[in-house]
Design a protein around this ligand. Sequence first.
Ligand code: FE
Length: 345
Amino acid sequence: MGINTMGEVSGSARGLLVGVVAAVIALGAGAGGGEASEVVVYSARSHYGQEPAIEAFTRKTGVQVKIFGGNSSELFERLRAEGDKTPADVLITVDAGNLWNAARAGLLTRVDSPELLAAIPAYLRDPEHRWFALTMRARTIMYNTKKVRPEELSTYEALGDPRWKGRLCLRTSGHIYNQSLLATLIKRHGEARVEAMVRGWVANTPTLINGDTKILEAVAAGQCDVGLANTYYLGRILAKDPTFPVAPFWANQQTTGTHVNISGAGVTAHAKNRANAVKLIEFLASPEAQQMFADANFEYPANPQAAVNPIIARWGKFTQDDTNVAAAGELQAAATRLADRAGYR
Ligand code: FE
């Protein structure tokens, strides 16, 4: 993993691990079994701001939640360095590739919770039950609504068509979001087809940009006409400026479906408050909490029972690629090598 997740966190938060005690309203005792009435969370979502869903858990159960923030790679390294001394009971992180890496490093344990299995669709959780999606985000084509008609768009692959020469903005290949997109497509199609797609993108001399928000701003400014970005970045901008001239186009609706990724959670291998940790994740997967969780960052709920935020609901329903998101981890190294070979930097 290492530096490829650094773009996820703001400069001011980078390198800091800030302890925040979520609003605590003690309503009674927490879980039994001699555990303290608290749960400690390492969260790579901390830069998204307040998490009302976690505060709601404390109001409901009286269990205090201590959140330590950081970016994905910092929290991974910290958990690994602390070993069985870690105070963390729950790891929340972004991108299935990061969850997969944490599980493979032995940092997460299996949770066999019928509630979680019912709440979160199978393709959005670890087949071995060590992590579960909390939110879902699509990574799709974003276009300038003044310069591009949606009829001109179709698939990720078609962004390699010569008509997009000099008109495409892409995230640098070192970032995990595009690695996860490529990894999932490799799982679907094998390397040869995906490499041909990436070579098409590269032939269109894309502008490489290190940040999804910056890609959307470049598309809006006409620096490029189309790009790839995660949906919540556009949701955040549209919440402030409804006239922002960028819209999502749902890629690959006639073929594999639009690529989706997750933020998610797992119980740490050395959790001291395991019962509360499971209880917290179960609560976060409930429709009530899912709506708060998704609304906080304009993401889609992972639990299909929860409602979608009105700002993103306007984009309509779309067919998702239902390849298990674990592919993002399994094939991350293959995706990185493929990008290198194809000259995508
Ligand atoms: Fe992000």
